[in-house]
Design a protein around this ligand. Structure first.
Ligand code: ATP
Length: 569
């Protein structure tokens, strides 16, 4: 929670203004019943119209000041709460961008969406209410108690009884609904997760005619959410008429017992009216506080969930070294890797070196660990055994920006961002000129884009899989890097296009290291070194011809893909 309070610091000046306005508002509200009493007991009693007019005028001023104070309080409260939510979203977003796959898996992606939207909204809404009520209710309540006890000594027990009843009622409701707030947020997580899965899987759901099944799956989570909300809100809404009932009973009791006191000459009629007004304000302030007591746990649940994101320890931390010599090498030394929570060693004893001007390729069966090797280089995840060195410096000691600036990484799944072709190309090189963009598009054989300002929909959904691959290759080659890593991203290119793209790549990256991951022999056969991976272990290394001759796994893959004559080219 400390992390949340730290962000709140900048709001303290506005908080002071709210506090001052609340005092003004409470002062005015506390003064009004005394004026009413004076009008009744002095003005009407003495038939003094001027006195009544003076009091009335004072009351108008007090009400006006109170109204302006209330407007000010609402304005500043919403400014503080929405400003705080904006700051919170920014900090959460910045933190999430530093997450590795490990953290992303720990707090699921759908939960992160709920936390940065719904949970922060809860914090904003409740904070806004709290700012208006948390200081105001005690000031008004305590002030009214003092005033009420001053004027209606004998009747004060009625306030005490009503207060106790209201308190017990509030406690019962709060204790009853408390456990459901955490559950509500968890169900929203689940609903996001289910909706996300369904939306991504729409084509498969339709193709397999699974609409009914998926509808039922979503319907169940939706129903759970409805049930919890119905339960919580029915309890909260029971509170309002019940409180009103007790408030009215209190007024009846004050009038009943007050009438006896007035006849006995112990209290004036105006004071009974003022006493009723103060008692109403006391109960009203407790109802306000009670309301906050009920929604506070919801605020705390959401705040804790947001704080969890902010306090999450990053598994990948920055190193201090900010420079790397030119023409660097990357060396894997006895590298091993196991995914968090998995007992299986995904990679074991991986040793190889990427050299400037050389092309290396990794081939292996599905799930053999090819992508995992690539992810280790830009430190999307860290080795669990051994080390990766850039020019003999462990990459963990390098500043992340320094390391990642040296690398061009194209993941297996082509990812494009909403915007234009140009803005997507500038993700690869922020200051890329139109000329450079067109050049990169040509090199990657992007012949389907006429204008670099052409729109790219969210996730690149207005391009085909193969088109997205070409665009992501263009993005990878637009900037100059020491290492080009391609994770099976040539798979949708036909042989001819692939050959042209690779030829272009050789030209622009002649002094760099290129690493291809592929299942296709045609993509890797010209590499200077081919690494054959099987079940997370390197089983052989060499050129295409070497491996064809001596490596059974490699030659089997090659034979299954190529004609015999092509294998020995
Ligand atoms: N996030 C993860 N958590 C746990 N295990 C994982 C995770 N990602 C991958 N794995 C496991 O690690 C192994 C290697 O996966 P990886 O994606 O590196 O294989 P690959 O050789 O690139 O496969 P493909 O050719 O299908 O892309 C697989 O057995 C997979 O089940």
């Amino acid at each position: 929670m400390k992390s949340l309070l730290k962000i709140f610091k900048s709001k303290i000046p506005q908080l002071i203004i709210i506090f001052l306005l609340l005092i003004v508002q409470a002062y005015c509200d506390l003064a009004l019943p005394s004026y009413t009493a004076n009008i009744v007991d002095i003005g009407i009693q003495n038939a003094d119209i001027n006195y009544i007019m003076d009091m009335g005028f004072l009351m108008i001023i007090m009400v006006s000041v109170s109204v302006f104070a209330t407007i000010g309080i609402s304005y500043f409260s919403s400014r503080v709460s929405s400003g705080y939510a904006k700051d919170l979203r920014k900090v959460v977003y910045t933190k999430v961008l530093r997450f590795s796959n490990h953290e992303l898996n720990q707090i699921s992606r759908s939960s992160l969406i709920t936390r940065s939207t719904n949970d922060i909204n809860q914090v904003q809404n409740v904070l806004g209410l709290m700012l208006m009520v948390l200081f105001f209710a005690p000031i008004l309540g305590i002030g009214s108690i003092i005033k009420a006890f001053e004027i209606g000594g004998n009747l004060s027990w009625i306030i005490l009884v009503t207060f106790l009843v209201v308190l017990i009622l509030l406690l019962i409701i709060t204790i009853d609904v408390l456990p459901y707030f955490k559950l509500t947020q968890e169900i929203i997580d689940k609903m996001n997760k289910t909706a996300r899965e369904i939306l991504i899987g729409i084509p498969v759901i339709k193709a397999f005619v699974r609409q009914d099944y998926e509808q039922k799956k979503f319907g169940k989570v939706n129903k759970d959410f409805l049930d919890i909300n119905l339960y919580v809100f029915s309890r909260i809404f029971i509170m309002i008429p019940t409180m009103t009932l007790f408030l009215n009973l209190m007024i009846v009791m004050i009038l009943y017992f007050g009438a006896y006191d007035a006849i006995a000459g112990n209290i004036l009629t105006g004071d009974i009216i003022a006493f009723i007004q103060y008692s109403t304000q006391i109960v009203f302030s407790f109802i306000l506080l009670g309301g906050i007591m009920i929604i506070l746990p919801r605020f705390l649940v959401s705040a804790r969930r947001v704080a969890e994101v902010l306090n999450m320890e990053l598994s990948i931390t920055d190193g201090e070294i900010t420079s790397v010599d030119n023409n660097p090498t990357i060396e894997f030394k006895n590298v091993g890797y196991s995914y968090p929570g998995s007992e299986k060693e995904t990679l074991k004893d991986i040793n190889f070196k990427l050299m400037p001007g050389k092309t290396t390729a990794i081939i292996g069966g599905t799930g053999s660990g090819k992508s995992t090797i690539l992810n280790l280089i830009p430190r999307l995840q860290d080795v669990t055994e051994g080390e990766i060195l850039i020019n003999d410096v462990n990459i963990k000691n390098l500043n992340l920006k320094t390391l990642r600036d040296r690398i061009s990484f194209t993941p297996q799944k082509a990812i494009l961002f909403q915007g234009t072709v140009k803005s997507n190309m500038q993700t690869g090189k922020s200051d890329a000129t139109d000329e450079e963009i067109r050049n990169a598009l040509n090199m990657a054989q992007v012949d389907f884009v006429d204008d670099i300002e052409e729109e790219v929909s969210q996730g690149g959904s207005n391009f085909s899989g193969g088109q997205k691959q070409r665009l992501s290759i263009a993005r990878a080659i637009i900037g100059r890097h020491d290492f080009y890593l391609f994770d099976d991203c040539f798979s949708a290119l036909d042989m001819n296009t692939e050959a042209i793209v690779k030829n272009n790549l050789d030209k622009i990256a002649k002094d760099s290291s290129i690493l291809f991951v592929s299942q296709r022999i045609s993509t890797i056969k010209d590499a200077d070194e081919i690494i054959v991976l099987d079940n997370g272990r390197i089983i052989d290394k060499g050129t295409h011809d070497d491996l064809i001759d001596r490596c059974d796994v490699y030659s089997e893959i090659a034979l299954s893909q190529m004609e015999g004559s092509l294998c020995h080219q």
